[in-house]
Every structure is written in structure tokens, then in C-alpha cells.
Design a protein around this ligand. Structure first.
Ligand SMILES: CC(C)(COP(=O)(O)OP(=O)(O)OC[C@H]1O[C@@H](n2cnc3c(N)ncnc32)[C@H](O)[C@@H]1OP(=O)(O)O)[C@@H](O)C(=O)NCCC(=O)NCCS
Length: 216
């Protein structure tokens, strides 16, 4: 990946690079989701009616008993977590518009994964980070932006000190699968980013791992 990384390095769990330019195209840049990029993130979510019927990308943050289950409640929760530095994502920008994201965070920040019981039974070591959710503007899909968002997330993790990163993509989706069910993307995409297969998770997903070195 031809990337140039600028910005400060912070403690694990609180990456705050000023920006990350990724890939050969100067058209896109990647920046962390934080209080300065929240308005652009919110515009992207609002354009898609809250994403997943008003989830605001909160599903993985909360266990069942903590869920607000309303558009406004989820929006407020997400904003609070972002402003407190407890919700992380790489945001892909074209100009001033956010067009994609890749959500990542520690297991403590993102406890609510699918097939949790089966996952915990097979877990040898808890990862430092997990990658849980992707979203790309409906006007920009199938152009590689999810892959770009993943590259940006891995850069931000490296800047935060690196560590063991897990992802839970679909094994082999149909060539034209429903975009909303592909929120964790594909095994092939993670293989290209240097992840290795660890074990199955549920019927269609798997656990994949990569050790990310600290940025120098
Ligand atoms: C799934 C999604 C992130 C893919 O983004 P994208 O930018 O179009 O993906 P890319 O072009 O980078 O392709 C990444 C991989 O996904 C595959 N892919 C993308 N859309 C696909 C589709 N509709 N069907 C099958 N495969 C698809 C690509 O073939 C590629 O796979 P490969 O590397 O194994 O060949 C996008 O469709 C999306 O945002 N869907 C909505 C997800 C959602 O609702 N998330 C929020 C939950 S809160």
C-alpha cells in the first residue's frame, strides 16, 4: 500500500492521527472518526436513514440489555462514544464528504459480536482490536472503498501501537449478495490485506487474524 501517514501516535485504543492518505488516488483520504469528523460521519449516516434502520453503527458497542433501540437514542449514544474516544473508525473522505467507514476497536469497546458463545469457546487469546463493520455510501459501492477503509483502519491501529487484530468476514458470499448483509465484507478482501484464516464462526462467517506492527 502506498500510504503516507501523518499525525501523532497515541496510546492503544485512542488513535488520533490527523489524517492518513491512502492509495494511489489523491481523490480520497482517510481520517479517524473523532469529534472533528463527527459532522461528516453524521451526514453520511443521515443520508442512509441511520443505517440499518437507525442503528448508527452502535450494534457492536452494546449488549442487549444496554441497547436504546431508537434512531435518536442510537445517534446520541454514538455521538457520546465518539466524543469520549470510545468509538473508532477510519473514515474515507472525498473532498469534505465522508463516503465510507471501517469500524474497529478493542473487545471492550465492541463486545457484542455475533456467534459470541461459539467464538468464546474457540478463543485462545483475546485480540487487541476487532474489526466489526463496514459501510460505503450507496452511490460509491463496488469501487474498492471498503478495501480502502480497511487499509486506513490498519494504519490507525499501527499508529496507536499495533497489536493482534481480528475480523469476522463472510467466507464466500454470492457474487451479488445483499450489500447490507455484507457489513463485515469478505474473506478474500481480508486475505489481500494480509489476514490469515483462524476458524469458522457461524455458518457463513470466519475468524481472521493479523498482527499489526507499531508504526515507526
Ligand atoms: C458491503 C460493503 C461495505 C462493500 O463495500 P464496497 O466498497 O462496495 O466493497 P469493495 O468494492 O471494497 O469490495 C470488497 C469485497 O466485497 C465484495 N462485494 C462488495 N459488494 C458485494 C456484493 N453486493 N455482493 C458480493 N460481493 C460484494 C467485493 O467483491 C470484494 O470482495 P473480494 O475482495 O472477496 O473480491 C457495501 O456494500 C456496504 O456498505 N453495504 C452496507 C453494509 C451495512 O449496512 N453496514 C452497516 C451495518 S451497521
Amino acid at each position: 500500500m502506498d500510504d503516507r501517514v501523518r499525525g501523532r501516535r497515541k496510546a492503544r485504543g485512542a488513535p488520533r492521527a490527523s489524517s492518513v492518505s491512502v492509495g494511489p488516488s489523491p481523490e480520497y483520504r482517510v481520517a479517524p472518526l473523532d469529534d472533528t469528523t463527527w459532522p461528516a460521519f453524521a451526514r453520511l449516516v443521515e443520508k442512509h436513514n441511520g443505517v440499518w434502520g437507525g442503528c448508527w453503527c452502535t450494534w457492536f458497542h452494546t449488549m442487549a440489555a444496554e441497547k436504546t433501540r431508537t434512531y435518536e437514542g442510537n445517534r446520541a449514544l454514538k455521538e457520546q462514544l465518539v466524543r469520549e474516544g470510545r468509538a473508532h473508525a477510519s473514515l474515507v473522505f472525498r473532498g469534505d464528504d465522508a463516503v465510507a467507514w471501517c469500524q474497529y476497536g478493542s473487545p471492550r469497546e465492541l463486545p457484542n459480536i455475533y456467534h459470541r458463545k461459539e467464538y468464546l469457546a474457540g478463543m485462545v487469546r483475546e485480540p487487541d482490536y476487532r474489526i466489526t463493520c463496514f459501510f460505503v455510501d450507496r452511490d460509491n459501492r463496488r469501487e474498492g472503498l471498503a478495501s480502502l477503509a480497511l487499509a486506513g483502519a490498519l494504519d490507525l491501529i499501527a499508529q496507536a501501537g499495533g497489536g493482534l487484530v481480528e475480523a469476522y468476514p463472510q467466507e464466500a458470499p454470492a457474487k451479488k449478495a445483499s450489500g447490507s448483509l455484507l457489513y463485515s465484507c469478505t474473506r478474500g478482501m481480508f486475505e489481500r490485506a494480509g489476514f490469515s484464516y483462524d476458524r469458522p464462526k457461524g455458518l457463513k462467517h470466519c475468524v481472521m487474524k493479523k498482527v499489526v506492527s507499531p508504526a515507526s
